[in-house]
Design a protein around this ligand. Structure first.
Ligand SMILES: Nc1ncnc2c1ncn2[C@@H]1O[C@H](COP(=O)(O)OP(=O)(O)OP(=O)(O)O)[C@@H](O)[C@H]1O
Ligand code: SF4
Ligand SMILES: [Mg+2]
Length: 347
């Protein structure tokens, strides 16, 4: 865990929204669009680890790509703070956008498809340094060697191709590439879900160590509550493109305010890192953001749903304290089971 005490924001999102078009027919005409991410707001403090959790299709990757400027929002803003400046990521000229992309880097889920199989590890890790800083030859190899060393790989292996490495080693290569330009923020999109359980813990520990050593701020995306509980300071829980609950980890998992969070935790046998990935599917059909249910998107799966839930979209309300919010009409009024409560299977 990091030290969230240094609480000046480094990254902020305000009503961040991304619509996608639905196309039909031989001419691929746009028939309508839908919001894959809708109205997401948060503030990330320097040095913090923010977890983003939710089932498949809830908008985690779309959200991450907007933060990393890989795709543009269709609504709202992202602001990056630092060096006495605040930058609105939608309003940047090309030169500033390039600088921002050096400050925010992504690590992807699949270490098999995210590395170019025709490039050596030296080229993969060195490419961003060569392109952005013009470093070449022996100086570049020295930098690549230091990066490989930092992620626990033998620098003598740098002339090999990705296929010579295991999944865990490839994820280390992806991490070395992400660190090459000395970023301030790493967005890790399910960085361990494609790996064997035994390897997951090694990569998580590496991320935790690098975060402390390099003074990084981390956004960690996962559908594995155990992993998020283990390494994050705060969490945003997403459902059908929206944030349904947010706050400090202990508060959200200890006294959840949204029935979806309770459902996710009940579906998880233990909050032990690496054991939950296959088990966090809550009962009922996951809502599709392209066909969002009326009112509260979770109402078809919610055992607490009342008439108001079918008609009115719930705003975020405080559950306990000011920074723990849940978007439920009855937030703070329902007796929901959290970690350590009677309904927790590990207690
Ligand atoms: N380029 C795109 N065009 C159209 N729809 C998209 C596009 N990318 C994502 N979507 C849709 O947006 C929604 C959110 O997808 P996203 O990949 O962000 O979810 P996710 O939470 O990352 O899911 P997973 O856990 O499976 O990775 C889904 O309904 C998905 O089908
Ligand atoms: S608003 Fe209603 S349907 Fe939605 S989570 Fe709360 S109780 Fe359930
Ligand atoms: Mg995803």
């Amino acid at each position: 865990m990091s030290n969230p005490g240094r609480d000046q924001p480094i990254l902020e999102a305000e009503n961040l929204t991304r619509a996608f078009d639905i196309r039909r027919g031989p001419l691929r005409r746009v028939v309508r669009s839908f919001n894959a991410v809708e109205d997401v707001s948060f503030s990330l403090a320097k040095g913090e680890t923010l977890g983003i959790v939710g089932e498949s299709g809830c908008g985690k990757s779309t959200f991450a790509k907007m933060l990393a400027t890989a795709i543009a929002p269709t609504g709202g803003h992202v602001r990056l703070h630092g060096g006495g400046r605040s930058l609105d990521l939608a309003q940047l000229d090309r030169a500033t956008l390039r600088q921002v992309r050096q400050r925010i880097q992504m690590v992807f889920q699949d270490p098999f498809s995210s590395l170019n199989p025709r490039m050596t590890v030296a080229d993969i890790v060195g490419e961003p340094i060569r392109i952005n800083r013009g470093t070449k030859g022996a100086a570049l190899r020295t930098e690549v060697g230091a990066l490989l060393d930092m992620v626990g790989l033998n620098p003598r292996l740098m002339d090999r191709y990705p296929h010579a490495f295991s999944g865990g080693q490839r994820q280390r290569v992806g991490l070395a590439r992400a660190l090459a330009l000395k970023p301030e923020i790493i967005i890790a999109d399910e960085p361990v879900s494609a790996l064997d359980v035994s390897v997951q813990a090694q990569i998580l520990n590496l991320l935790d160590r690098l975060k402390a050593e390099l003074d990084l701020t981390l956004i960690f995306i996962s559908h594995d509550l155990g992993v998020v509980e283990h390494i994050c300071d705060r969490v945003l829980v997403m459902y059908c493109g929206r944030v349904v609950e947010s706050g400090p980890i202990d508060a959200v998992f200890g006294t959840p305010g949204h029935p979806y969070v309770e459902t996710l935790m009940n579906a998880a046998p233990t909050l032990v890192p690496g054991t939950l990935a296959q088990h966090t599917l809550a009962p009922g059909e996951i809502a599709d953001p392209a066909n969002r249910p009326t009112g509260c998107s979770f109402h078809p799966r919610c055992r607490h749903a009342g008439p108001v839930c079918r008609s009115d979209h719930p705003a975020a309300r405080p559950v306990a304290g000011t920074s723990h919010l849940a978007a439920c009409h009855f937030a703070g009024e329902l007796a929901l089971a959290g970690v350590g409560s009677a309904a927790d299977p590990t207690s």
